[in-house]
Design a protein around this ligand. Sequence first.
Ligand code: GDP
Ligand code: MG
Ligand code: K
Length: 288
Amino acid sequence: RRTIHVALVGNPNCGKTSLFNFASGAHAHVGNYSGVTVDAAEAHAQMFGYEFLLTDLPGTYSLSCYSPEELYVRKHLSEQMPDVVINVVDASNLERNLYLTTQLVDMNVRMVCALNMYDEFERRGDKLDIPTLSSLFGMPMIPTSFKTGRGLKELFRAVIQVYEGKQGTSRHLHINYGHEIEQGISHIQQYLKADEHIRQRYSTRYLAIKLLEHDSDVLQYIGQHLAEEHRPEDRKQLLQARDVAAARVQEETGSDSETAIMDAKYGFINGALKEAGYVTGTKEDTYR
Ligand code: GDP
Ligand code: MG
Ligand code: K
């Protein structure tokens, strides 16, 4: 049987390294990420007769191109193409952590979510209907605590199911960002879909969103590819499409397209949390 490549992606301090250590029996450094170099640790694990290669990636709040960590995680996902991503989420800080989740959904990676710090979530008396949130994000969500190792088996069972492509475990889902932004995305996507090379490596939806966000790294990647193929005209057309789409979004939403996308992502997250009956801090008083 071949090894399942699993990448751990999440915000700083959500418990990625703790999960990594529990799953692999490794003793990687747990604590604040303060390294100067951006690096990833790798370890093997065996469970249920499967062999896993785990990669513990640097923590990021986003998959933009504003920091070396963000670029590193993004490059790992697109170049190493892990079989399954475990998105580790701090369940005691859901709204913020789910921002990165929406970006992973845009990338269309096969994914399982570890709702970690679940002990903290319970201690505070937070409430959430996990199956509802799970279906709104189109992927399994497993409560875990890597202080104790709780949920580890269930998490890897879900990883195997997603890897094997079991029906109903995850579905291809687009987060709907509203009419204005969706129109902009489709407009840019038309130019990307025509390109075989790009289409095979990336989700064109993801690239279109990144272009609307004026992501310089994605623009450079596509620009370089088109330059190598001596297609300056296509590059010009793509940029024009991006500018037209961004201007339209700005006109209709009143915000620049990057802000409009961020607002739409938080809109989706808050709507999903509301639908899943999310309530936080009901026991807060007890601990003051
Ligand atoms: P990383 O930055 O995502 O790699 O997070 P770490 O694994 O370094 O964990 C950050 C801190 O949270 C450490 O002090 C861990 O011991 C602690 N931690 C990790 N998982 C849990 C959990 O499920 N519950 C609680 N209460 N603490 C956790
Ligand atoms: Mg870590
Ligand atoms: K850390």
